[in-house]
Ligand binder design. Structure first.
Ligand SMILES: [Zn+2]
Ligand SMILES: [Zn+2]
Length: 140
């Protein structure tokens, strides 16, 4: 019998292992994006190198994407089911809350195409907006 978590991994051509299932579960349980240190702490005790390798595999396979939110540590969030290893960049806007310091995906807000002058060749575009998330704005 396969669990729903195993099915998600298998659908992305990732072989389920105990660690991969645990990391996926942690990512699912948190609406906000998590850094390597966050995942490590939530899974304690977890080996940092194994967690790092797991997140890299997930990123390579289009299960999660990396977000640079300017906080110094890259964060990871689950992708939309339609992401593939080839077509999976931060195509949506991310929001960094300066109050609770959580980073959220805004999957319904697309990053606009920005025309660049001359011979600049864009590899990827990411857009992180900063401010207060709905929860923190409410607590005023
Ligand atoms: Zn907040
Ligand atoms: Zn995202």
């Amino acid at each position: 019998m396969r669990s729903p978590l195993e099915d998600i991994l298998i659908a992305k051509q990732i072989t389920p292992t105990a660690m991969r299932l645990l990391v996926l579960e942690v990512l699912q349980q948190h609406a906000a994006a998590l850094s390597l240190a966050d995942v490590e702490q939530l899974l304690q005790p977890a080996d940092r190198i194994t967690v790092h390798r797991t997140l890299k595999t997930f990123t390579d396979k289009g299960l999660v994407h990396r977000i640079e939110d300017g906080s110094g540590a890259a964060k990871y969030a689950l992708c939309e089911p339609t992401c593939t290893p080839k077509l999976h960049q931060d195509l949506h806007v991310h929001f960094f809350c300066t109050s609770c310091r959580e980073t959220s995906c805004l999957p319904t807000v697309a990053v606009p195409t920005i025309a660049l002058p001359g011979a600049y060749q864009v590899q990827e575009t990411s857009l992180v907006m900063k401010g207060r998330c709905p929860r923190c704005a409410d607590s005023d």
